[in-house]
Design a protein around this ligand. Structure first.
Ligand SMILES: [Zn+2]
Length: 75
């Protein structure tokens, strides 16, 4: 599912391949609730938020399950 907007979005969103690398590195375990999930149940997240100057790179990335990621954004 490639779109013409992808390059632009990549500036602040992790790519699928970055997400997979993070997922593999965490062995499928959510960093918040420490349960294991399938890759499609997880989302790549900035450890230091983009809005606070966090970069979109692997060193600043983690995968969280959707629920934890949503909870974090509402926080
Ligand atoms: Zn979780």
């Amino acid at each position: 599912m490639l779109s013409g907007n992808e390059k632009h979005l990549n500036l602040r969103a992790f790519t699928n391949s970055q997400k997979h690398t993070l997922y593999e590195g965490q062995k499928g375990i959510c960093n918040q609730c420490e349960e294991s999930f399938n890759t499609d149940q997880m989302e790549a997240d900035h450890i230091t938020p983009w809005s606070e100057g966090g970069k979109t790179e692997l060193e600043n990335g983690q995968v969280l399950c959707r629920e934890c990621n949503r909870r974090k954004s509402n926080h």
